[in-house]
Design a protein around this ligand. Structure first.
Ligand SMILES: NC(=O)c1ccc[n+]([C@@H]2O[C@H](COP(=O)([O-])OP(=O)(O)OC[C@H]3O[C@@H](n4cnc5c(N)ncnc54)[C@H](O)[C@@H]3O)[C@@H](O)[C@H]2O)c1
Ligand SMILES: O=C(O)C(=O)C[C@@H](O)[C@H](O)[C@H](O)COP(=O)(O)O
Ligand SMILES: [Zn+2]
Length: 357
């Protein structure tokens, strides 16, 4: 099973089983040099890919990145700029990123920043990377002040998602990836929620047919948004559902929380907030908790001081001046914005996610 999904008029996504070997096909012909950055766990796959690229006559530089969020730092970026400079990378050369969302965010930003932009081919290896991080052109790194605070919009030349790679993904990371799939269900595609509800085990079976269907649907949601609003002038914000509180958790917890787990709690937080603002009823808040728990995602967060979380939320990219802004729902597949919510609701929603309900 393999098919090419158009993301925007300029690039597509190859989705299927065993498609990793087709990466050389999508590397631009003009590229004589390739920088292949990979997550530590992808060492063998990176070596094989490098050999295949060399067999095609390319000069390949392989760089292993620190794992997970440790890859998304200025130090790693500086190290890679040095590699590119020493190797004499030109604008026709290419970066290939092989790993989870942290690897593709960093790889994308190296490509965006080198010579003000060279091509990048994204090869996500986690569920979250396939349905979200590697698609849509958001790239970047964290700073001590917050998550993804430095970055660029830089669309990939191609995205290659080999579903076979999910076989080695730890269960906890697979589950975390479903948070972004569920997010797509809540903001745009209720069928995602139905499929998941009907058979949560099938939704997490990497050898079955339900997971690929969920992956395709989530990618379609993302593609429909980024193809009309790459730079997040308005519509794209809906992909940030749950992320205001999620990013605050990640930062306050020094990135010991998985992004997807934080997004799960963040969606419950904004649902609680939206109920207080009169946008949704308690039933839809409960539905968030029920669906997230079905696949084993967390729905509560007991750590963190409220003041620290609020400071972190104020640095969210949707904030305008002193105005905190959230993506909220008025119903399933009906996203809206909630601006300057009552400070008491903000804290009450925190109290509500601080206990298991
Ligand atoms: N740019 C975007 O639009 C966007 C969207 C969503 C998330 N993100 C970012 O993506 C990151 C989260 O992505 P993630 O959940 O993939 O995290 P991750 O990249 O940290 O990967 C999670 C873990 O799984 C491992 N892993 C990945 N693929 C594997 C495989 N096939 N087999 C075994 N282990 C594997 C990784 O090495 C890591 O330890 C965050 O930094 C988040 O901010 C970006
Ligand atoms: O693609 C987008 O736009 C998103 O918001 C997708 C999110 O899942 C993703 O985590 C993104 O990196 C968050 O972006 P940020 O601008 O809030 O850092
Ligand atoms: Zn996310």
């Amino acid at each position: 099973m393999s098919d090419l999904i158009p993301i925007t008029p300029t690039y597509g996504l190859l989705l299927g089983r065993g498609v990793l070997e087709r990466v050389p096909e999508v590397v631009p012909h003009s590229a004589t040099r390739v920088l292949l950055v990979h997550a530590p766990v992808m060492l063998d796959a990176a070596s094989r890919l490098a050999e295949a690229l060399r067999a095609g006559g390319r000069e390949v530089f392989v760089e292993e990145l620190p794992d997970a969020e440790a890859a998304k730092t200025a130090d790693v970026l500086v190290r890679l700029w040095s590699v590119l400079g020493q190797a004499g990378f030109t604008r026709t050369d290419v970066v290939v990123a092989l790993g989870g969302g942290a690897t593709t965010d960093l790889g994308g930003f190296v490509a965006a920043s080198w010579l003000r932009g060279v091509p990048v081919v994204q090869v996500p290896t986690s569920l979250l990377g396939m349905v979200d991080a590697a698609v849509g052109g958001k790239t970047g790194i964290n700073t001590p002040e917050g998550k993804n605070l430095v970055g660029a919009f830089h669309e990939p030349t191609a995205v290659v998602c080999d579903l076979d790679l999910l076989r080695t993904l730890p269960r906890r990371d697979l589950v975390a990836g479903t948070a972004e799939v569920i997010k797509c269900g809540f903001i745009a595609d209720p069928r995602i929620l139905e499929l998941l509800d009907a058979d949560p085990d099938a939704a997490l079976n990497v050898d079955g047919e339900v997971l690929p269907e969920l992956v395709r649907r989530a990618i379609r949601v993302k593609a429909d948004v980024v193809s009309v609003d790459l730079k997040e002038s308005s519509l794209r914000e809906i992909l940030n559902y749950g992320h205001t509180f999620a990013h605050a958790i990640e930062q306050v917890e020094h990135y010991s929380w998985r992004h997807g787990d934080a997004v799960a709690v963040g969606m419950v937080y904004v649902a609680e907030l939206s109920r207080r603002a009169g946008l949704i009823d308690q039933q839809l808040v409960d539905e968030h908790r029920r669906l997230l728990r079905l696949v084993g995602l967390p729905t509560s967060y007991t750590g963190g001081r409220w003041a620290d979380l609020l400071t972190a939320m104020s640095r969210d990219k949707k904030t305008r001046g002193a105005t905190l802004r959230f993506v909220a729902l008025t119903g399933i597949a009906q996203p809206t914005r909630l601006e300057s919510p009552d400070p008491q609701w903000l804290e009450e929603a925190f109290a509500a996610v601080s206990t298991e309900r």
